[in-house]
Design a protein around this ligand. Structure first.
Ligand code: DLL
Length: 437
């Protein structure tokens, strides 16, 4: 395979040099942090009074973790380290509590972020000959503008179509010969269902690749999108607190996501003990941003569950790879005392070819017990008037799920296109129990 590198010097930097670079950037970032009201207090209390307190990368361990709650309490300017006049943009995520977490960027911050996104895009084989349709939400969400800027940096023709409106998306793809798209995996599945419904022929499209991220999805879901749309799908990981997309991305080997260690320091911890996870063990990802001056964030607890893959990648990049993120430590469901991750359910159902492109997991109270219902669409070919094959399918799903998650779910089959669709991040889990208590 011919690999191409946006910034070969950094992407293939020997580990020792990379770590020396990280140490320098960490000191600089601690310097920025000491200028923010939040870290001024937090770091001084931890005995870190100036950047020189950081002697080696191991000194990172002396810095306390930062959590989502800290960011909320610091709203609006508690994490700002530069004069307001030097800020050129903000992004925010609303979250569930209503208090947004806000990230500010200087002009240089935007440029650095853009070059990381360009690196991700170029590493999948895209060039300026590509036409890139960015089918994700623009606005305060980082996915739209982040990828938009990265795509332009690579020199592709960028179509800022935004999310939703599949009919118009198809039209744009046909009119301008779109070769690459970016969307959430759930929206890509929806696009495929709509293609069938609207009779859009695959050979009327020039599509080759998709970037899919912003929500967890299984390897089977990737395979499904790749097969149905006949494209290559690359996993894209990021979060607003760490700029947005461009934190970790798959290269053409499609086996793990390279985390850009010249921009971020990654740690894996045990979310219960908060101790570093053992070599090769999975746990919660903790990130420190090294490429942003306006809003420094140190040792941020992402809640995302992953681990480092062992060994080097055939692409020659020296940056370590993360396993596919299977979910968040806070999206684990406890159903009648049994721990269940939504990703375990997705893994089972998306591997079945009769199952359609959309599903919802519902949990509710049934007397004193919890009841789990998995509602899933069925492909148009499998949805027929004869109920016998459908009942057999239902039983197969129930049985396979039970073997995987050890609890017995109710299974409902729905016609293709009948479950609610989200244009952005999919709402896969409806936990109705909270309302019942
Ligand atoms: O979702 C940034 C982004 C935009 C990433 C476009 C990729 C593409 P937030 O809205 O702050 O930012 O949500 C971040 O989404 O902590 C994960 O829980 C989840 N997430 C993002 N990418 C992936 C992925 C953007 N590839 C949160 N796999 C993160 C699994 C993902 N989960």
């Amino acid at each position: 395979m011919d690999f191409q590198y946006w910034n070969e010097h950094f992407e293939k930097m020997p580990r020792r040099e990379l770590e020396a670079w990280q140490l320098e950037r960490l000191r600089e970032t601690v310097g920025h942090a000491l200028r923010t009201p939040f870290y001024q207090k937090r770091l001084t209390e931890a005995g870190i009074k100036n950047p020189a307190s950081i002697q080696t990368l191991a000194d990172l361990q002396r810095i306390p973790f930062t959590g989502k709650q800290d960011l909320r309490e610091g709203f609006p300017y508690g994490f700002l380290s530069i004069p307001r006049e030097a800020v050129v943009r903000l992004h925010a995520s609303s979250g569930t509590t209503g208090i947004p977490t806000t990230i500010y960027f200087s002009r240089d911050d935007i440029n650095r972020w853009t070059s990381f996104v360009a690196r991700c895009i170029y590493g999948t084989g895209c060039t300026k000959a590509d036409v890139f349709q960015n089918m994700i939400t623009y606005g305060l969400f980082t996915g739209g503008l982040g990828f938009h800027a990265g795509g332009e940096e690579v020199g592709m023709l960028v179509i800022p179509s935004g999310a939703g409106n599949t009919t118009r998306q198809f039209r744009l793809m046909q009119d301008f010969g779109t070769t690459v798209v970016h969307a959430t995996p759930s929206f890509l599945l929806h696009v495929e269902s709509k293609m069938k419904e609207e009779g859009v022929r695959r050979d009327s499209l020039a599509l080759k690749r998709a970037f899919a991220g912003a929500e967890p999805y299984s390897e089977d879901t990737r395979r499904r999108i790749e097969e149905l749309l006949a494209i290559d799908v690359y996993n894209s990981y990021g979060l607003s607190e760490m700029n947005g997309p461009g934190v970790a991305f798959e290269c053409q080997c499609k086996n793990g996501l390279h985390l850009w260690e010249d921009g971020y320091i990654a740690e894996i911890i045990n979310p219960d003990t908060l101790e570093p996870a053992a070599e090769g063990e999975r746990g919660e990802l903790v990130l420190t941003v090294l490429c942003r001056e306006a809003t420094p964030i140190l040792r941020y607890r992402t809640r995302d569950l992953t681990g480092f893959m062992p060994g080097p990648c055939p692409c020659g990049r020296t940056h370590r790879r993360l396993y596919r993120i299977t979910g968040r430590s806070d999206d684990m469901l406890i159903i009648n005392g049994v721990n269940v991750f939504p990703s375990q359910i997705e893994e089972v159902i998306m591997a079945m070819k009769e199952v359609g492109n959309n599903y919802v997991i519902e949990v509710e109270k049934d007397g004193v017990l919890d009841r789990l219902t998995v509602k899933t669409e069925v492909t148009p070919e499998s949805f027929m008037d004869d109920t016998r094959p459908l009942n057999a399918l239902k039983e197969k799903i129930r049985h396979t799920l039970q073997a995987s998650i050890t609890i017995n779910p109710r299974v409902e089959l729905h016609e293709s296109g009948s479950l609610p669709v989200s244009e952005g991040k999919a709402q896969r889990v409806l936990d109705k129990r909270a309302k019942d208590v």
